[in-house]
Design a protein around this ligand. Sequence first.
Ligand SMILES: Cc1cc2nc3c(=O)[nH]c(=O)nc-3n(C[C@H](O)[C@H](O)[C@H](O)COP(=O)(O)O)c2cc1C
Length: 122
Amino acid sequence: MGDSPRLTILVGSLRVGSFNQPAAQVAADHLAGKAVVSWPDLSSVPFFNQDGEALGDPSSVLTMKEAVCASQTVLFFTPEYNSGIPAVTKNAVDWLSRPFGNSCLTDRIVGVAAVGPSSSGA
Ligand SMILES: Cc1cc2nc3c(=O)[nH]c(=O)nc-3n(C[C@H](O)[C@H](O)[C@H](O)COP(=O)(O)O)c2cc1C
């Protein structure tokens, strides 16, 4: 798997009964043997705070950033909340957008899948 493509999955729902989590699992299962898949735990990523950032990224953020930096592709699986992006997903993007001008998201292929029960939402 040394030359295999690397991909990071980020799931923007922390709910035990989440629909996005199993959808992400289907993608991870499908990619098994074809890519190295990282799936950082977003439940331990704190709210972004520029004061805290100045003290150094927390370990959960470092883990997430290292995964994305090492990946060519990032796949988000996220709910839609109130016609927008839920806090968990946005918080991950905010951390990953840093440092300003040198974000690991730059030049990555990014896919977004939004799973929900509504026929018109997400
Ligand atoms: C606060 C809140 C706001 C929501 N807003 C929307 C919405 O704007 N559009 C939509 O399609 N579903 C909306 N939903 C429903 C979610 O898409 C649904 O609960 C979904 O299953 C959440 O993803 P999960 O199953 O991965 O947790 C909302 C749910 C919550 C809790």
